[in-house]
Design a binder for this molecule. Sequence first.
Ligand code: BGC
Length: 731
Amino acid sequence: MSLKRISGSLFALALLLCLVAAGLAAGSRRNDRPWMDRGLSPDARARLVVQAMTEPEKIQLLSSTSVNPDQPLPLAGLIRGIDRLGIPAIKETNAGLGIAIPFRNGHHNTADEATALPSGLAIAATWSPDLAYAAGSLIGSEARAKGLNVVLGGAANLARDPRNGRNFEYAGEDPLLTGSIVGEAIRGIGDRHVISTMKHFAVNDQETNRSNLNAVIEPAALRESDLLAFEIANQRGHPGAVMCSYNRVNGTPACENDWLLNRILRKEWGFDGWVMSDWGAVHSTARAAQAGLDQQSGVEWDGARYFGEALAASVKDGAVPGRQVDEMAQRVLRSLFAAGVVDDKTPATLADSSRDAQLAQHLAERGIVLLKNSAGLLPLAPDIAHVAVIGGHADIGVMSGGGSSQVIPAGGPALQIPAPAAATWTVFDPSSPLNALAAKRPQAHVDYASGDDLKTAAALARTADVAIVFATKWEAEGHDSGDLSLPADEDALIDSVAAANPKTIVVLETGNPVRMPWKDKVAGILEAWYPGQGGGEAIANILVGNTEPAGRLPITFPAGDAQLPRPEIPGYTSSPGNPIDVDYREGAAVGYKWFDARRIAPLFPFGFGLSYTSFAFHDLSVTRSEVPSVSFTVTNTGLRRGSAVPQLYAWAPGADGQVTQRLVGWRRVDLAPGQTERVDIEVPPLLLAGFDAERDRWQLSETAYPIAIGASAGDTPLTASLPVAPRELPP
Ligand code: BGC
């Protein structure tokens, strides 16, 4: 036998022995660790782990630290793993609009970069739950590729105030739209074996004084508005975690709120994951634990380590039953098993950055909303000779919003400038609209003026066939806007350019609605939100007509602050830190519902958005059944392909008897010129119901509800009456 063959046989024998040893080890590990049996339910597995845990190990699971310099990436929260039990470390990062690794003193490492998606409002403006799912799936994949297993993404607060500095992270003002978009993003994250965190539960609807704010609102109205958004998101997405918010709700801190956490979230909605606090939102040990808080996040942010030794002490002195701590640990572990975090420790295949970049751009394109287009100025004529691009750093990139959701975009920020009134930076994502436009109109002169000097900008505009002004307004976590105006110099810039050239188009990069005193002076308006790292390309594609403007507003654009339920943000001018009550006396009449009830005409209504073609809706019919439905026909009456977003509204009384307009369904329909499609929409009875707080039940009180199909909340020409059997809805 040759030496080569002998060594080959020895190698095979050694391999066999290794496999046998590995098999035995796995078998014995299965015996030592019965919770590793994937055939058991997540609940059973979590229970088995809890039985094997020491008390300090349980307590360890119930708080996270924000100080983790030993980690490859700075984490928002870290809970160390329990090696002896095979429980991995829990690594939490922000990820509403992409994986958001914080800057390291203004700098970053390449590994901190991630795909910067458009803002939440932009994704909501697609009115596409499928695209929201795709965004979630991208976030989940990138999280896993970075070795992270919990993302603090799934923000479902309603945009009750269009000046809230975090609205850009959220999905607008309607419970159905928000719940559907956020729920699908959560589902997309979960399908990548990453836990998502639905937040900020609940009524953290302004940033001003968020830690000292008491949200005062009728419980029934709350059920029909903010909580309905969370309820729908929870049902569609099944998040593994929920984050309770900074504020109080009707006098009780959200993270100590038995009604919110135990009664509604767990008992009624069947949420079976864990509740973590927002960073710095815990005020007690026993009270919070008994009210349903499972985990104190970023303990360094709170006044004390409420869930560390203090929790152990509370168990000892009987203030918190030991069984309670078991349940808290069990809920954390259950989500780890349910999401596959324990079983599936290997990172997913590396995130595919070019595919992710394409999706970021596609989301931006589908979410950009065309608000005005006089005389068909857009799309720009193919033979246009001279375009003036002005302002907004359009030569460099596109604006993004600030705070914990800030993503460091792939390739690094295009520009970082000191942020207004905050010790941080305004980040511009790469992708310059100017360069993208120039590339798509190579025969045209595309010139740029910064807009710093009004005269230079006007002079350039005067010589051009079309002037495009980029106006930006930065919004960020921790701050609200004092009013709806653009920064004053930008209004003045638009005025001067429009005076010099009537063919002026304004492209807005904003995190919220803005006032537009110049609306009648300009020919076109495009709301691009914060469009993410593919934003420049996306804007240019829409301007030249490579892509249709497909977005519809997920939030009402008021004509001014005086139209709002609270013309001033409560506490905005008083000293920060003073406790305040915010009286949400509009109840469930949030956004367009308020405008409808008061018969006020906004600047642009919820649901609005123009297309490069036109549509007609006709032949509405209704079907009475347990789940009633409507059907109607949509026709593309224009000359280009395009997608209509017909919206179905109903008018139904809430618990307080006040009738509110409610979005109860919609559809996206892509049609060629002249094409027609019949569309069916089912109406979930919950969306017509009022919440009877006394009986703790949803109630359908009417025999018929007025309904209408239209292109926006303010344009609902096709009307009917929807017959329904009055009844109590099952809990
Ligand atoms: C924010 C959360 C965020 C957390 C961790 C808080 O200030 O409100 O949305 O997830 O910080 O960074």
